[in-house]
Design a protein around this ligand. Structure first.
Ligand code: ADP
Ligand code: MG
Length: 690
């Protein structure tokens, strides 16, 4: 029987119903999904240590020898079953013990040669050294899997152990029919796909330099798999670019009337960077194809007013504009800001969120459905079926990484072929932004409005807590407000949340009569918004929070940001958090309250962060310091994570992939290429926001 990458996992012989179910629950439903589940590291177990040379305990070694003694017994004191063996080679012998694996007494036999890999310890009873619960493999004629070679190490999938996965992978690779793969012929300088897949799972090398490359995901085989993923991404982007280029969008002219309105609207002079971005947007809006532009600008760079000018042009041309933000409070804030800006113009600004009253909502929906040229600001509420905008000419999405791709799409589809402006404060290096967002043009605001005071960032240890609390009281007395952030990253961790609440209460007690509040992701949205609103209004002075506050809330009086255990956050995320303060004219501080066991490397990272205020420099460093196996940050950008590819490690493959796709597009061969790609499992799937 044979199967392909597209076959269901149930097609694998000998897998069993239970294990198939576990795999499915972990998102592995096809043979391809399974084979894209790659080892996260390798162990060189090709070189056995002579038994006679073992003299020191507490090392992990690979040995090979003959079993000369084997017995099982029960420990007297506890319900413990032991299998004890003696292994011998030409240089010496070593006792081995396994606990509670009675089947071993039946599987292993006196006289067989075994490979063992595990820790050597001082024997508890008796004397000398003993190997404890090693991995084992009987030496046979077949290729060894678990020992006697460079061995792949897999993360266990619930009840399916790493060792079982190894066996499963080997059997699957042996039998799968992969067929022809388009990129094999198009990029002959890299190994063919099937060989690359086999080598990434079971490398046939023991060469040190190659092993080093394998560990860093830079082996030719890793690069070949990365190419496959990057080509799939490039293809998706190219297709969406071409789809858009074929559409007819509203053409928005700029005349004297528009210039006059713009002058009336602006409460300040635009920065150079803002003028540049506006110019790029205006050029797009005058073309008959829909704009698709990413406006990237550090927190506080002034993206809102740029979006407002874009909206003005579209409204003046007689079209509607939708402006979507990820939270209620942010939508309300934008609604208020934009109402102020548009007051001198003939255009109305409406706000539609989950908490808009029924009659007001009905009115807004009616005006929108009638095609009236208004600017509507709102939350996800804008995406509802009931919201009809037949003359939608421009969709603006703020903090776009908080929305999934399909949500972006749903807003756009309210109109015929509206222009699209997405905004984000998450800076990524421009070259990467371009490749990642090949379907979007990019404008960057690389300059803050004048008069901004940079946030002063310092590292402190827990010993500084009393002083810090005194400083908090002093800031509050002087009219300032304080964010105090806890590193509850996985908010489902109930234990962590309990700790947060207890810790917050303790701090609150220390702060006496200073009004404080707490927000975290486990609270109901309404309750959370209410606390945030009270803080924004200045009724609460200190806000204890998890990273739910990360996104663009504007609280001008906020002047101090305390971040506990900052080593547990990425630098880009720290920068986002830091951007919550220093938005008014008060000088602002960010205190990084580091843990006691800070590693040297973590300290260096944080010191770099403290010394720079440039979000782009922070992002570059963040990218650099991410090791293999960590997130590429793609998820944050609304795209699925890659299995192998890293936009930082595999820039060459990224270029190759783009070139291949571009070439195929020019030759009218995109569909052919698409059919010939081995699509990695997650690409093209929707990724939940956040
Ligand atoms: P972000 O890019 O983070 O969304 P905002 O649009 O909220 O930034 O702007 C931050 C603050 O800076 C706002 O209070 C805004 O009014 C102000 N601002 C924006 N542009 C300028 C400018 N050119 N001169 C002075 N203040 C500005
Ligand atoms: Mg903003």
């Amino acid at each position: 029987m044979s199967f392909t990458l597209a076959s269901p996992v149930e097609a694998l012989p000998g897998l069993g119903r239970t294990r198939a179910k576990v795999l499915r629950e972990r998102g592995i439903s096809t043979v391809g999904d399974l084979l894209w589940y790659l080892p996260h590291r390798y162990e060189d177990r090709s070189n056995p240590t002579p038994l006679g040379s073992l003299t020191t305990p507490d090392v992990t070694v690979t040995v090979v020898g003959e079993i000369t003694d084997l017995r099982e017994r029960r420990a007297r004191t506890r319900a413990l079953h032991l299998v004890e063996a003696l292994v011998q080679d030409s240089t010496g012998a070593l006792p081995v013990v396994w606990f509670n694996q009675p089947y071993l007494a039946k599987t292993l036999r006196r006289g067989v040669r075994v490979w063992l890999h595990g820790p050597v310890r001082l024997a508890k009873s008796g004397w000398g050294l003993q190997m404890v619960s090693p991995e084992w493999e009987v030496e046979e004629d077949e290729e060894p899997l678990h020992l006697g070679r460079v061995v792949p190490v897999y993360r266990r999938l619930d009840t399916v152990s790493g060792r079982q996965l190894r066996t499963l992978m080997a059997r699957t690779l042996d039998q799968v029919a992969i067929g022809s793969v388009a990129l094999d012929a198009l990029v002959p300088e890299l190994p063919p796909f099937a060989a690359a897949l086999a080598q990434v799972h079971f490398p046939e090398t023991t060469d040190t330099a190659t092993l080093e490359l394998l560990a860093r995901r830079l082996s030719p085989w890793h690069r070949r798999l990365a190419l496959e993923e990057l080509a799939a991404l490039a293809l998706v982007l190219e297709k969406s670019r071409r789809r858009r280029a074929a559409l007819q969008a509203p053409v928005c002219a700029v005349g004297e009337k528009e210039r006059e309105l713009a002058r009336a609207m602006l409460p300040f002079q635009l920065t150079r960077a803002q003028r540049q971005a506006v110019a790029e947007i205006v050029a797009d809006l005058q073309k008959p194809t829909p704009m698709a532009r990413l406006l990237q600008g550090d927190v506080g760079a002034g993206k809102t007013v740029v979006a407002a000018l874009a909206a003005l042009l579209v409204l003046a041309a007689g079209w509607q504009v939708a402006f979507m933000a990820p939270t209620e409070i942010l939508a309300q804030q934008h609604g208020a800001t934009l109402s102020r800006l548009f007051a001198p113009t003939p255009f109305s600004v409406l706000t539609l969120t989950g908490s808009t009253g029924a009659s007001e909502r009905a009115q807004i929906l009616a005006r929108l459905a009638a095609g009236e040229p208004v600017l509507v600001v709102g939350t996800h509420a804008l995406l509802e079926e009931a919201v009809q905008m037949p003359r939608l000419g421009l969709a603006i999405i703020d903090e776009q990484h908080r929305f999934g791709t399909s949500q972006r799409q749903r807003l756009v589809e309210k109109g015929q072929a509206p222009h699209l402006l997405v905004m984000t404060a998450t800076p990524i290096p421009r070259s990467l932004a371009l490749s990642l967002y090949g379907d979007l043009e990019v404008s960057v605001l690389k300059e803050l409005p004048p008069g901004r005071q940079p946030v002063r960032t310092v590292l402190r240890t827990r010993q500084a807590l009393p002083k810090l609390l005194a400083f908090v009281r002093q800031e509050v007395a002087a009219g300032g407000q304080v964010f105090w952030v806890f590193p509850v990253i996985e908010e489902s961790e109930l234990l962590d949340l309990k700790a947060l609440t207890a810790h917050a209460q303790e701090l609150a007690k220390e702060l006496g009569d200073v009004p404080v509040g707490t927000v975290h992701g486990r609270m109901g949205a309404h309750e959370r918004e209410a606390v945030m609103a009270a803080f924004a209004a200045g009724k609460l002075k200190v806000l204890f929070a998890t990273t739910v506050i990360e996104v663009g809330v504007d609280v001008p009086a906020a002047s101090l940001m305390v971040i506990e255990n900052p080593e547990r956050f990425g630098l880009a995320q720290l920068h986002q958090l830091r951007g919550r303060v220093g938005r008014g004219s008060r000088r602002a501080f960010c205190v990084l309250l580091v843990g006691d066991n800070l590693s040297e490397e973590a300290r260096k990272r944080l010191e770099f962060f403290a010394a720079t205020t440039d979000g782009f420099a922070v992002a570059e460093e963040d990218f650099r310091s991410r090791g293999p196996g960590e997130f590429t940050g793609l998820r944050q950008w609304g795209r699925p994570e890659f299995r192998v590819a890293s936009l930082f490690l595999h820039q060459r493959e990224l270029e190759l992939a783009r070139a291949v796709v571009r070439q195929a597009a020019e030759n009218g061969q995109l569909e052919v290429l698409e059919r010939g790609l081995v699509l990695p499992p997650t690409l093209g799937e929707e990724v939940p926001p956040g």
